[in-house]
Design a binder for this molecule. Structure first.
Ligand SMILES: [Zn+2]
Length: 91
């Protein structure tokens, strides 16, 4: 990591390694660092979202009402196979 100078526009730097970052498979770099909070707020502030009464939670893949209820926001579903090991299918 290089030295950050006083007038550098970057005020926060997050280093990432390969360790698991959350308790659920829905956790990702954007949710863990809080970046996705800003994305949800930006979506909720659009005129279309405001006219429909959608809050920031509507744009979360962890919350009912915002997530896909088929895969519960995981992006894949488990496919149980009778005589073979289970598999995952993209939702
Ligand atoms: Zn889904």
């Amino acid at each position: 990591i290089s030295q950050i100078v006083a007038d550098d526009p970057v005020d926060r730097l997050v280093t990432v390694d390969q360790k698991p970052i959350g308790r659920t498979p829905r956790s990702n770099l954007a949710t863990y660092t809080g970046l996705f909070d800003a994305v949800r707020a930006a979506f909720a502030a659009t005129p279309a979202a405001r006219s429909r009464g959608f809050g920031a939670g509507r744009f979360s893949f962890n919350v009912a009402g915002g997530r896909c209820e088929t895969c519960l926001g995981e992006g894949s579903v488990t496919v149980e196979l009778l005589f073979l090991p289970g598999s995952y299918a993209l939702c």
